[in-house]
Design a protein around this ligand. Structure first.
Ligand SMILES: Cc1cc2nc3c(=O)[nH]c(=O)nc-3n(C[C@H](O)[C@H](O)[C@H](O)COP(=O)(O)O)c2cc1C
Length: 184
């Protein structure tokens, strides 16, 4: 599937609807995938997004050391892999090998994109805020790419069954995106 560049002015449009994301990180020769529900766009200029990662997670160490992360947008077709990446630690398990996800080279960062996801944001860490048990990593968005056909130039086509993202309700329950309506 061909990946299409998205202008950075529309970067937030691929996570605005609050979907579950798969964040990839890499430090030295170790890459990893973590499932996250806690993500938020925080600034247009500069283009910043944030993720909240528990201090004990392996990804926390990888992101802290490498100062980079990649947000990948998965769809309902990979729900079991999403749940798996959110249930085991990369300290013990190679999640790329176990899920069968394919690594694609990023343009600006060492961490890989996940080929099977429909959208990707390459982010460099600009600030780190200590929360409670989670840390907030603020990332500057360097590049956004999406699969051909999933973005109409301005918006993700969330009403297209191929673009249905997941939204976490807790435990193993998820909701899918689907209906798009417009205000006058
Ligand atoms: C749907 C879902 C959403 C999650 N959201 C978050 C989150 O926002 N922040 C977080 O720190 N952990 C979150 N988790 C838990 C981590 O993904 C999980 O503990 C993971 O195994 C940590 O992986 P790591 O040690 O390889 O980094 C979530 C798990 C699931 C299943």
């Amino acid at each position: 599937m061909k990946k299409i560049e998205v202008p950075l002015i529309y970067a937030n449009r691929i996570i605005n609807h609050g979907c579950v994301i798969l964040v990839t990180s890499k430090y030295k020769d170790k890459s990893n995938i973590i499932t996250l529900a806690w993500q938020m766009p925080v600034s247009h200029k500069p283009k910043l997004v944030s993720i909240a990662v528990h201090k004990k997670h392996f990804s926390h160490m990888l992101i802290t050391k490498s100062k980079e992360f990649i947000i990948n947008i998965p769809t309902r077709t990979v729900i079991d892999a999403i749940h798996f990446c959110g249930s085991v630690s990369g300290r013990e398990i190679d999640k790329f090998r176990k899920t069968g996800f394919t690594e694609i080279e990023a343009r600006y960062l060492n961490a890989p994109l996940i080929k099977e996801c429909i959208g990707h944001m390459e982010c460099r860490v600009k600030k780190i805020y200590a929360g409670g048990d989670h840390t907030i990593f603020l990332g500057e968005v360097l590049r956004v790419v999406v699969n051909e056909g999933v973005f109409d130039g301005k918006f993700l086509r969330l009403d297209n069954p191929r673009v249905q993202t997941l939204h976490h309700l807790g435990e193993n329950r998820y909701m899918v995106s689907g209906v798009v309506i417009q205000a006058v």
